[in-house]
Design a protein around this ligand. Structure first.
Ligand SMILES: NC(=O)c1ccc[n+]([C@@H]2O[C@H](COP(=O)([O-])OP(=O)(O)OC[C@H]3O[C@@H](n4cnc5c(N)ncnc54)[C@H](O)[C@@H]3O)[C@@H](O)[C@H]2O)c1
Length: 277
């Protein structure tokens, strides 16, 4: 399955990108189409899905890429349109912020984890039979480290990485390549803009197009982790080699977030009349 360049690998390949109506998925769909892939564009947002498919000459399959029935339908319609799925980009994801409600946890679990589990379950029999297939998960650096301010996101992205690792360990010798994209901040609608987001991503964010280019390049080398922000490898190592030290650094960052949030409230209340005479 490996070619000299990721783009050469893609010529005529039948690929599916979930959550491709916006952000990283949209940029990826554009890049894959430019490189000659036949692209199924999926998104829950039907208008965005159709718009992106029109932009790239792809095939729009709007719908849910998380629930059991939604995934079964998406795989069936993709197979019918492409005549077989070569690469599945499990990219759709949700970030529910600080909300610790049952609904936020359930949604995060469904979209960020079970969508991948269900897609793999549908795709594996075909891939194992033909001895080839590629499953590319957009997880997050939060899945290797943590995301302050976002408990459900952190936990479910860890689960997404764990599932991808398990798939790779189990099926990697049977022709199924699994890769896991773990970016830090990317300038999309999902990026938190609250105090946590501003402190965590103060060193800068990548564009969705930059991340899409990194993903396509990584298709050529088959390595499991795709790290658009290379410094994440170092943070991951530090976390593993000295968890207490790493947690102390996280706590210091959490303190900075809380200071920034209090400052934000103070500025907001003084500009909305808190300073009236
Ligand atoms: N933006 C970041 O900073 C960042 C960093 C690391 C990882 N990621 C991950 O990248 C992926 C893409 O996120 P993005 O930043 O492009 O966000 P985005 O919000 O711009 O795009 C996500 C898309 O997924 C779609 N979607 C949500 N639930 C869906 C479902 N059940 N079925 C089909 N589509 C669904 C949304 O409608 C949206 O169009 C996510 O998995 C996200 O967790 C993002």
């Amino acid at each position: 399955m490996t070619d000299k360049a990721g783009s050469a690998h893609l010529r005529d390949a039948g690929v599916v990108v979930t959550g491709a109506g916006n952000g990283i998925g949209r940029a990826l769909a554009h890049r894959l189409a430019q490189d000659g892939a036949r692209v199924v564009v999926n998104d829950l947002d039907a208008d965005a899905c159709i718009r992106v498919a029109d932009e790239i000459g792809g095939i729009a399959v709007p719908g849910d890429a998380a629930g059991d029935q939604g995934v079964t339908d998406l795989v069936a319609r993709s197979r019918a349109a492409l005549g077989g799925v070569d690469v599945w980009f499990a990219n759709a994801g949700v970030e529910t912020g600080a909300a610790g409600t049952e609904a936020a946890w359930q949604l995060s679990w469904d979209v960020n984890v079970m969508g991948h589990v269900r897609a793999a379950r549908e795709l594996l029999p075909e891939w194992l039979e033909r001895g080839t297939g590629r499953f590319v998960v957009t997880a997050s650096a939060a899945g290797l480290l943590t995301m302050l301010g976002s408990p459900a996101y952190s936990v479910t992205k860890h689960a997404a990485v764990a599932h991808a690792e398990w798939l790779s360990a189990t099926y990697g010798e049977k022709g199924v390549i699994v890769q896991c994209v773990c970016p830090q901040g990317v300038s999309t609608d999902l990026l938190p803009t609250d105090a946590a987001g501003r402190v965590i991503f103060e060193s800068g964010v990548l564009t969705a197009e930059e991340v899409a280019a990194d993903i396509v390049e990584a298709l050529a080398h088959d390595r499991f982790l795709i790290l658009p922000h290379p410094e994440v490898a170092d943070y991951y190592l530090r976390r593993a080699s000295d968890p207490d030290r790493w947690l102390r650094a996280m706590r210091r960052m959490q303190d900075r977030i809380e200071v920034a949030a209090r400052e934000e409230v103070r500025v907001r209340s003084s500009s909305s009349g808190g300073g009236r005479r």
